[in-house]
Design a protein around this ligand. Sequence first.
Ligand SMILES: [Zn+2]
Ligand SMILES: [Zn+2]
Length: 143
Amino acid sequence: MDVTKDLNPVESRYMTGLYRLWESKGRLSTGVLASIFSVRPASVVDVLDRLEEKGLIERPRWGRIAFTRKGLATATKIIHNHRVLELYFRDRLGIPVSEACRQAGRIDHLVGDLVVRKMCEKLRYPERCIHGNEVRHTVCRRG
Ligand SMILES: [Zn+2]
Ligand SMILES: [Zn+2]
């Protein structure tokens, strides 16, 4: 069930990018995605094809993207890891915000569940990440 480790860094970055879009706009499109990653729409389509093959997204109509149930669970988990890691890096290790975010982005899809859960516990299940976005603890705190 844990597909996060099958994602390469680019695919993982797309999943978190999609999640952020979905979180702020409530819907997803290929065009906006190309602009936030500042790449050609063609390269976006390439990555989206792979995410679709992995069963993480579906594209009901041209230009529109939706998370599958598995995709949303995966993105929620990676984003949770990202926000916990960057908070830990800044608050516990004194690393500046931009660097904390960048380093978190390199390992957020790879870090083990136990490590994240322990970090989250140490941080006392924070409500907001270092950018002020909500941290949802559905992954680490059952019930
Ligand atoms: Zn960040
Ligand atoms: Zn948590």
